[in-house]
Design a protein around this ligand. Structure first.
Ligand SMILES: *Cc1c(COP(=O)(O)O)cnc(C)c1O
Length: 369
């Protein structure tokens, strides 16, 4: 090896944490009240702050993002088939299947890896009830075309917005598109509450339904109205979220600098593809996906070369969901050729607020040498 390894292993992300005193300060009232979960004071405060930050009037908190999505689908009372993409985290399709619905996989477009709106309509049948597109890597889907197609066919649109916390499109909060969106506040995301998530939605009448579903369907001490589950966010999570929200804008600014640095070094190199930047979007720089397409070294070789320096990029998303063992025999990756190809060529590079610019240079040197 020509150069020294970094002083510590570099992972693809690193959870941001508020100053410890700020968090411990918030624990004192919890010890006084002994109210630790079940929609306590921090749960209420966090929801109010998020509504403002995300520019969404209707929001419900959950123990994690997956539960927000799963219960959103349940609350919408869907049936039959739901169109989604296989180029996402397991959660997206699992939420559909766990609701007894049939996922139908639409391919992604080769530019920004979101759902291919030109193929979407051919998959709609009289059994289709909804579309669950993914704003993958922070790239916002073609929300206008999706709205137009869904409107024409009377379909619900529920976005997996796990990657787009705080993003805007033409200045409008990304969560205001479609009927609903799910955000994830998992520790590895741009913004987190340790684990956590939120559902945001257009119809205010969904609020009591979601509240009930995350609390076992209980509506009163002696009344249970629906087969809900336990999806409640606890007070320790909400307290972390409140603390982190104070810092998230600064974190995103630092991520932007690093993303620019990657783009300066890797942009325009033959065989290396970066996502186009849409000037109408305010990005959160959650991920740094790079597609190696005809580059002199393939994705797996670069992954291994970085790993030799204790730098751990991720093959994210690989494999495609329609190629998971748990869905074997039901779906085929061959039906979504672009997703299949990108999943074999993409690598997400380390990016997080406190990543040293020297490490970004080192990663680029290793890729380019
Ligand atoms: C993280 C993530 C989820 C699930 O969120 P959790 O908070 O981990 O449950 C769903 N979809 C995508 C695309 C994600 O990245």
């Amino acid at each position: 090896m020509k150069r020294k390894k970094p002083a510590h292993p570099i992972l693809v992300t690193r959870s941001s944490l508020p100053p410890l005193e700020e968090y411990t300060e918030m624990l004192k009232p919890l010890w006084d009240s002994a109210w630790l979960t079940n929609m306590g004071q921090y749960h209420k405060r966090f929801a109010v702050l998020l509504k403002e930050y995300l520019q969404t009037p209707n929001l419900e908190l959950f123990v994690n993002g997956h539960m927000a999505l799963e219960l959103l689908l349940q609350a919408m009372d869907l049936s039959g088939e739901v169109i989604t993409t296989p180029f996402s985290f397991a959660s997206t399709t699992h939420a559909i299947v766990r609701n007894g619905l049939t996922p139908v996989f639409c391919d992604i477009n080769a530019a920004d890896y979101t759902i291919d709106v030109n193929k979407l309509e051919t998959l709609i049948t009289d059994r289709t009830s909804a579309i669950v597109p993914v704003h993958v890597y922070g790239n916002i889907c073609d929300v206008e075309r999706i709205e137009e197609i869904a409107g024409r066919h009377g379909l619900k649109v529920i976005y997996d917005a796990a990657h787009t916390f705080g993003e805007t499109y033409d200045g409008r909060g990304v969560g205001t598109f479609g009927d609903a969106s799910m955000f994830s506040f998992h520790a590895t995301k741009v913004f987190h509450s340790i684990e956590g998530g939120a559902a945001v939605f257009r119809d205010p009448e969904l609020a009591p339904v979601l509240y009930e579903l995350k609390n076992f369907g209980i509506t009163d001490y002696e009344k249970v109205d629906s087969v809900g589950t336990n999806g409640k966010m606890n007070e320790f999570q909400a307290a972390m979220g409140i603390c982190n929200l104070r810092y998230v804008d600064g974190e995103i600014r630092k991520r932007k600098e690093l993303a620019m640095q990657y783009r300066r070094r890797l942009g325009g190199v033959e065989g290396i593809r970066l996502c186009p930047e849409n000037p109408r979007v305010r990005y959160n720089y959650a991920y740094m996906p790079v597609v190696f397409d005809g580059y002199r070294k393939d994705r797996d070789r670069i992954f291994a070369e970085l790993a030799a320096y204790d730098i751990h990029a991720r093959k994210y998303f690989y494999p495609c969901i329609n190629n998971f063992d748990c869905y074997k025999g039901r779906f085929s990756e061959a039906d979504t050729p672009v997703a299949a190809e990108i999943s074999r060529k993409v690598l997400t590079l380390p990016i997080y607020a406190d990543l040293e610019p020297e490490i970004v240079d080192m990663i680029c040197d290793i890729i380019l040498e």
